[in-house]
Write a protein of this length. Sequence first.
Length: 172
Amino acid sequence: MAAPAQPPYTPVVRAGDWVIVSGQLGMKDGAIVPGGVRAQTQQAVINLKAQLATMGATIDDIAKTLCFLTDMDTFPTFNEMYASGFGKARPARSTIGVKELPFGGAVEIEAWAYLPVAAKKPAKKKAAKKKAVAKKAPAKKKPAAKKAVKKSAAKKATPKKSVKKSAAKKKK
């Protein structure tokens, strides 16, 4: 078996709300799978799903694919396996015939998935709400502290009143 390729690119990246998966070949363990277009398409879709999963996306998030075939006569077989691998998902797609693909592949599939960054924020909002609740708990103690301040102020006021009363009594 050949060693896995160390390409000078990133297999999957996030760009804002988009998850972009570089072209996936029908490779497993560093080599093109045997079985022609049928097996390679199936493996390319498996590889695509695995790359999406690393970013929290699924095949259902894909908006657009760009597919390459080295032999357009294999398009019906490719199309059958593509549809099987994508299930009910039907993103926009372009399929282009090319002279050759890396590692002698017959099929390559690139994908653009739409996964809004905001979709990940509810978990953060829950954490923020928990923090807010935690912050509110001490706030409940503050009114009690205010009552204590009011009581001590009342106690201080009482002696002053009694002092005034006694001063008033002396005047009589």
